[in-house]
Structures are given as structure tokens and as C-alpha cells.
Write a protein that binds this ligand. Structure first.
Ligand SMILES: [Zn+2]
Ligand SMILES: [Zn+2]
Length: 245
């Protein structure tokens, strides 16, 4: 088995708060530069830039986990990942059907751009992608798993938009494939306050909105090789795979 370096939380030009430099090519080039093996593309409530980055990564030796950072009805951010285009398309449709529709203010939040591999703008999303879905965290988790995806509550230590900030507790029955702690989060403090996380794998990611922060925080995955199945097993700690701290 080998150790692979993954930063599973990266935004693109599609996220309103994502820098306009966060184009597919820049993200992949920066990932190579930072010696990452795997990146996750997780725009707010949309998967629409993830496939193009996956394809670009494939040509460059960077494995891309395609998904989104969902904002639940409780305003909890959760990372979600899917393996196939069919799963991604179905999830994208579900996101569009369930997001609270409010027009984006470009002046206030920035552009939300769907782009191709050459930075051409294919579409501009008019509704604000930061809004909450009409679905609660349990419904999101169930739907993601029904589709065969991965569900990871994001930056659970943060004072806003985290499972702990919004609920004040960690729901014991929630089926998580892992949990994410932000760069400066303290695991010992968290696991003391929320013992439910002790049985879960913990990832750390950069939550990059700018190229300079890609790979600043990362997770080391112990696996046989890089593919979606191996990454899923490493996140869950199955079959000898796991996360190396
Ligand atoms: Zn977030
Ligand atoms: Zn994020």
C-alpha cells in the first residue's frame, strides 16, 4: 500500500466566493505544483465544474473527486462526492430542484461561472448558490447514499455553517463516510465535546477559494492505488485502507 496526498475541498469560479483565478487549468496546475495526488471539487450546491476538472486532471495525473459542498436547510455545509456522470447528473438535478432560489448579486458575491477546460465561459448561474437547500441534513445524507455517493460533514469545528455550530450536537445516527476538520481545528477538543466523531475518520482540507491555498491543508490516504473505490475504503477505514495522521 502507498500513501497518497488529497485535498478534498476546493472551490472554483462557479462558487460566488471563489476567486476568478480558480479555473480548471489553474487548479490542476497548482495541485501538481503542491504535490497533491487527489483533489476534491466542491462548489457550493453545484457539481457543474467538476467533470471538466476531472477530465483535465486525468490528462495530468491528478485524480479528481467530483461533487459539491451542499448547504442543508439547517445551513450546515457537507461535502458530497459521486463516481459516475449519471450519479453527478442526477444529483445536480436534485440540487437545482431543491435550492432556495434567490438571484445572485454579482457586485456583492461575485460571478458564478461554468467554464470549459480552456477558460471559456459556458454559462453564468443566476440564482445564488450559497443559499440553503430545502432539505435537512438527514435527507441530504439519505439521498447522497441512495445515489451511491460519499457524505462528509464539512469543517465541523467552525463557528458558522458547521454541524456543531448549527445543531449544537452531533446526531448519533447520521451515516457519515468521514468528517472534515478545518486547518486549525483541534481534534482532541472536538472529540471530547462530540464523542460521536471518535468512530469516524477525520479528513483535513484547505477549503480553497484562491489558488494560493490549494493543498495548504491535506489528508494522507493509505491505499493500494488511486480510484474512487479505494478512496471510499480509505475514508471509511475499510480493508486495511485508512487515513494516516
Ligand atoms: Zn463551507
Ligand atoms: Zn467550502
Amino acid at each position: 500500500m502507498k500513501i497518497y496526498k488529497a485535498d478534498l475541498h476546493t472551490h472554483t469560479v462557479l462558487s460566488p466566493c471563489g476567486d476568478l483565478d480558480m479555473t480548471p487549468r489553474v487548479i490542476i496546475e497548482t495541485a501538481i505544483d503542491r504535490n497533491l495526488d487527489i483533489i476534491g471539487i466542491t462548489d457550493h450546491n453545484s457539481t457543474r465544474n467538476s467533470k471538466v476538472i476531472r477530465d483535465l486532471g486525468y490528462e495530468s495525473g491528478i485524480f479528481v473527486m467530483t461533487g459539491a459542498e451542499v448547504n442543508t436547510r439547517e445551513e450546515i455545509h457537507c461535502l458530497t462526492f459521486f463516481e459516475t456522470d449519471d450519479q453527478l447528473d442526477e444529483f445536480q438535478l436534485w440540487l437545482e430542484q431543491n435550492i432556495t432560489v434567490i438571484p445572485n448579486s454579482v457586485d456583492r458575491f461575485g460571478y458564478q461561472l461554468v467554464v470549459d477546460a480552456d477558460d471559456n465561459i459556458l454559462d453564468q448561474v443566476d440564482n445564488m448558490l450559497l443559499m440553503a437547500l430545502k432539505k435537512g441534513i438527514n435527507e441530504v445524507e439519505e439521498h447522497v447514499h441512495e445515489l451511491g455517493g460519499l457524505f462528509i460533514p464539512a469543517h465541523i469545528d467552525r463557528a458558522v455553517n458547521s454541524i456543531t455550530s448549527q445543531l449544537g450536537f452531533f446526531p448519533p445516527g447520521l451515516k457519515c463516510d468521514a468528517v472534515e476538520i478545518s486547518s486549525y481545528g483541534n481534534y482532541d477538543d472536538l472529540s471530547e465535546r462530540y464523542p460521536e466523531i471518535r468512530s469516524l475518520s477525520v479528513i483535513r482540507s484547505s477549503d480553497s477559494h484562491f489558488p494560493s491555498s490549494i493543498g495548504e491543508s491535506a489528508t494522507q490516504l493509505l491505499m493500494e492505488e488511486i480510484n474512487y473505490r479505494e478512496i471510499s475504503m480509505a475514508l471509511r477505514g475499510d480493508n486495511g485502507r485508512g487515513i494516516v495522521s
